[in-house]
Ligand binder design. Structure first.
Ligand code: SF4
Length: 387
């Protein structure tokens, strides 16, 4: 049964002002509500002591501050957390917290499942269920702060917040849920909410070109591009959205966005290294050539195997050769260290529990059954030979 009370958690200042006007209240109350919700983590109107009692009573009649619910918590030895968060569609999505020296990064989800079906991705295999609301997206940051003790200590300021960075790299393609993601990103960066710097909030996309083209109208957050292949033929197999928006068009849209930022930031190119698929020396050469005119840094991500995947992690020597070749071509290259491995929190392992509207998970199971029977299916082309 739908909840009749309006959820204020995902509203930005403008939306709250409109809501307050609709109940005959002054716009300045919006800032008070935002501070209570996002600086103090408060959900109880009665605790909001600078709001008059009659208004608190009125708010209780029509509104609610309703974060999503944590269904499960997994803690890894290395300090990482993975939470399964239940959203209103009934699906479970995942968010992951990764503490490092001097910062804490929260990886959050934008959709329950994903429609894009990248060949290496556990989420893609689950199919798609629903877009998350802005309350469910910002609600993940809200929940992480609550769980990690980041609320309610205004005297210690932002430094006390355990989450210093947010990456939209969890389940889903953020730019296919554009309005809700951008509203939540705005709240993350708003000084009266979480006040995260634009350098510390990263939207990661697999390449929704029309959305990248209009992104600059709504935000100046940092951008990461999940490229994963250096040519259209291979990328179309690994990242199927490439068939619709090929690499040249995609890189032009990314460059266009970066040009609007007017600062020294560069795009992060994400490249998952899959043994025998995209980790050959020739791929490194092609990648170096492809990105020649793109100010960027390259993040290499060794594939994390999960149950049901036929891919394998590249060997250490293939990974270091790939990195060396890119470095010699002049690129800044990092290799993402695997964190939270034992709780399935590593990149590409996020699965959640999605009520699959696309029936993709059923198709994948059927395909695997055919493979087990020795029947031919269409696999991703694998390049043989040692890099
Ligand atoms: S990698 Fe991202 S865009 Fe691709 S299927 Fe997975 S969640 Fe979707």
């Amino acid at each position: 049964m739908p909840n009749a009370l309006t959820n204020l958690l995902g509203m930005n200042k403008q939306a709250l002002e409109v809501f307050l006007a609709s109940i005959g209240e002054k716009p300045f109350r919006a800032v008070q509500l935002l501070k209570w919700m996002h600086q103090q983590g408060e959900t109880d109107f009665d605790a909001m002591t600078n709001i008059s009692k009659p208004l608190r009573e009125k708010l209780k009649q029509v509104a609610q501050i309703r974060p999503p619910v944590i269904r499960d918590t997994f803690a890894a030895q290395d300090g990482c957390y993975k939470w399964i968060v239940e959203v209103e569609s009934g699906s479970g999505v995942e968010m992951v917290y990764i503490p490092e020296a001097g910062r804490g990064t929260l990886c959050i989800s934008s959709q329950a499942g994903c429609s894009l079906d990248c060949s290496f991705c556990a989420t893609g295999k689950q199919g798609f269920n629903s877009d998350l609301t802005s309350a469910e997206i910002i609600g993940q940051l809200w929940l992480a702060n609550r769980e990690l003790g980041g609320f309610g200590n205004p005297s210690s300021g932002k430094a006390a917040r355990p989450v210093s960075n947010v990456v939209m790299m969890g389940m889903g393609e953020p730019l296919l849920n554009f309005d809700n993601v951008l509203t939540a990103v705005g709240l993350m960066m708003d000084d009266i909410c979480y006040g995260l710097s634009k350098r510390r909030v990263t939207i990661s996309t697999s390449g929704v070109v029309p959305a990248i083209r209009r992104l600059h109208e709504y935000t100046d957050a940092s951008l990461a591009l999940s490229l994963h292949a250096p040519n259209d033929e291979l990328r179309s197999q690994i990242v199927p959205i490439n068939r619709k928006y090929p690499i040249a068009e995609l890189l032009a849209s990314v460059k266009g966005y970066m040009d609007t930022l007017r600062d020294s930031r560069v795009v992060t190119i994400e490249y998952i290294l899959i043994s025998g698929v995209n980790d050959h020396r020739q791929h490194a050469r092609e990648l170096a050539e492809l990105l020649r005119d793109m100010p960027c840094k390259i993040n290499l991500i060794p594939f994390n195997p999960y149950e049901g995947s036929d891919y394998h992690r590249s060997s250490n020597s293939a990974i270091s050769t790939f990195r060396k070749m890119l470095q010699e071509a002049g690129y800044t290259v990092t290799i993402r260290t695997t964190r939270g491995d034992e709780i399935g929190a590593a990149c590409g392992q996020l699965v959640g529990q999605v009520d699959d509207r696309t029936l993709r998970s059923a198709r994948h199971l059927a395909q695997r059954a055919k493979l087990a029977d020795g029947e031919a299916v269409q696999p991703v082309r694998v390049m043989r030979g040692q890099p």
